[in-house]
Each structure stands twice: as structure tokens, then as C-alpha cells.
Design a binder for this molecule. Structure first.
Ligand code: 13P
Ligand code: SF4
Length: 310
């Protein structure tokens, strides 16, 4: 390819030629979102991956998302444009340490947030996403002790919402822990009518002052149907692209990070580029592969989640 290559046209051609579907998360760069067949939150993406009849799934997201698609589609080719697109939250729960933690607390049911490795999924009883977490927790008998992993912020938020006392693994997302309460408060003074939209991976002080909390899809839907004109958005900046597209007359302001050198971009999500997406479709690499016993063990708690989320 060279500077004159029309990557959009080439990707469309490859989709048809290879019967491929491009699934993208809202945190992907705008060009990737625009070329995707489906854009969604982690729940929507898992549901779409479970239903597709494409031969090839090109996952414009991070590793755990593509891995989930592979767990659900063992016979399909699942590609990730950059294999290094990981996740700080998934990295915060290494398999052996989590296994030791689980063994120390027998009798607990393990609910894991989908942002974790296949190894952690295989050690879990049920998976959840930010879009269905409350529903999943509510489906478990109240007297059942629960371990929630790996996100302590989402876990604390769920404990508060559901009145449970789940044991929390000490993990967090590097992007959602970056927001400054002080700077958001100052911004709200300058924009008194702006509503604060926050993802539940944010820390408790941010969630406490939020007007609406939800997954990326839920934040987007709220922003479109709500009657305010201005919003401060406390999540990764990629979502602003769809918010601006779906509600062109509204203003969306990224929530300020605590350090002016930092930004709200996820460095993992942003490893994928349109060029890498094209190359991975052309050469069918890098491909996600998985050992069958691990896949089967990781599939069980995902199936349970999909069943409850129907
Ligand atoms: P959702 O899109 O499911 O809200 O997840 C957010 C996220 O951090 C994904 O990495
Ligand atoms: Fe992981 Fe956070 Fe990036 Fe999502 S935004 S992929 S949780 S590091």
C-alpha cells in the first residue's frame, strides 16, 4: 500500500471477498468506527460475535474482546489488527495469583468482568459487562458470597447499587482512574447546565457526582435521548465520535484528566489503526488461537452471561 491507497474501499472489498465482519468498540479511532459493520459496547460485541455467520471476524478492539469472540467461534478465523492491544485491567489479574486468591476464599461464586483473560474466565462462574452487571449480580441468591474481579471500581459501584458485599479483586483501568474530581468540578461551574456522564470503571468520587452512569452504549443512548445540550464525558474519548454523530446539535466535552500531560485515550485501543486493520484483513494475521480445554472452560461463564442477558 502507498499514500494513494483508499483504505476504506480496500477494506470494503476484503469484507466481501472474505465474507468478513468488522466489529469495533466505541474506543476505536473514528476512521475504524466508520468502516465497521457493527460498533458496540463489550456486551453488544459479544452478542454480535455469538450470532454472526461471517467466516472471518475482524475485531477492532483489544485482546480480551477478540479472545471472547474466538471462545464463541472456534471454527472461525478471528483477527486482531495489533496483537499488542492489551488492557491494563485484564493485566491486573494474572491467572496464578487469581487462582490463589480464589482458593483462599472457598464457597464464593466468582463473577468476572469481561475485561479479563481467558484464564480468568476459566476460573469464573459467570461473566458480566458494565452493561449487564447489575442484572447478573441480581440473578445470584442474596446469601451467596461472591468474588468480583478484576475491577475494584466497578465492583464497589455494584456493591453500592445492589447492597451486596462482594469481595473485590484489586484491579483498575488506567484510563478511567485518570479523571480529576477538582477539574471536573471547576468545569461544571463554567458549564452549569452540562451533565456528567461517567463509566462505572471510574473511581467513586467521580461516580458520586455523575448525572448518569453506564456502559459506553448506555452513555451514548442516554446522551441522544436526554434533553440537555451539554455533557462532560468521563470515559475514553473514542465514544465522543458516535455521540457527536448521533446528537450533532449537542456539545460533548471530554472530562479533564488529573495531569495535563495525560489524556483520556486508551493506549491499547489506540494501537489499532485503519492501515493495520487493512493489513490484517489482507494477510489474515494476527490471528487469535486458543487451546481447546481453556476455550471450553472460558466459554461456560460467557454462555451463562449471554443466557441471562437475552
Ligand atoms: P463497555 O464498552 O462495555 O462499557 O466497556 C468499556 C471498556 O473499558 C472496554 O474496554
Ligand atoms: Fe482496558 Fe481501560 Fe483500555 Fe478498556 S479503556 S481496554 S478497560 S485499559
Amino acid at each position: 500500500i502507498d499514500a494513494t491507497t483508499d483504505l476504506f474501499a480496500e477494506i470494503e472489498r476484503l469484507k466481501k471477498e472474505k465474507n468478513a465482519i468488522v466489529l469495533a468498540h466505541y474506543y476505536q479511532e473514528p476512521d475504524i468506527q466508520d468502516v465497521a459493520d457493527y460498533i458496540g459496547d463489550s456486551l453488544g460485541l459479544a452478542q454480535k460475535a455469538a450470532q454472526t455467520n461471517a467466516d472471518m471476524i475482524v475485531f477492532a478492539g483489544v485482546h480480551f474482546m477478540a479472545e471472547t469472540a474466538k471462545i464463541l467461534n472456534p471454527s472461525k478465523k478471528v483477527l486482531l489488527p495489533d496483537l499488542k492491544a492489551g488492557c491494563s485491567l485484564a493485566d491486573s489479574a494474572p491467572g496464578p495469583q487469581f487462582k490463589a486468591f480464589k482458593d483462599k476464599h472457598p464457597g464464593h461464586l466468582v463473577v468476572s468482568y469481561i475485561n479479563c483473560t481467558a484464564e480468568i474466565k476459566a476460573l469464573s462462574d459467570i461473566i458480566c459487562t458494565s452493561g449487564n452487571a447489575e442484572k447478573i449480580i441480581e440473578s445470584i441468591p442474596e446469601d451467596q458470597p461472591i468474588i468480583f474481579a478484576p475491577d475494584k471500581n466497578l465492583g464497589a459501584y455494584l456493591n453500592k447499587k445492589t447492597g451486596r458485599d462482594m469481595l473485590l479483586w484489586n484491579g483498575a483501568c488506567m484510563v478511567h482512574e485518570i479523571f480529576s474530581l477538582e477539574k471536573i468540578t471547576k468545569l461544571k461551574i463554567r458549564h452549569p447546565k452540562a451533565k456528567l456522564l461517567a463509566h462505572p470503571e471510574c473511581e467513586e468520587p467521580i461516580l458520586r457526582i455523575a448525572d448518569y452512569i453506564g456502559s459506553t452504549t448506555q452513555l451514548l443512548k442516554f446522551a441522544v435521548k436526554d434533553d440537555s445540550r451539554e455533557y462532560i464525558v468521563a470515559t475514553e474519548t473514542g465514544i465522543l465520535h458516535q455521540m457527536q454523530k448521533d446528537a450533532p446539535n449537542k456539545t460533548f466535552i471530554p472530562a479533564p484528566p488529573n495531569n495535563s500531560c495525560a489524556c483520556n485515550d486508551c493506549p491499547h485501543m489506540k494501537l489499532n489503526t485503519l492501515e493495520k486493520l487493512y493489513l490484517c484483513m489482507e494477510y489474515e494475521l494476527p490471528e487469535i488461537t486458543m487451546e481447546e480445554n481453556l476455550r471450553l472452560a472460558a466459554k461456560k461463564p460467557i454462555d451463562r452471561m449471554l443466557e441471562i442477558s437475552k
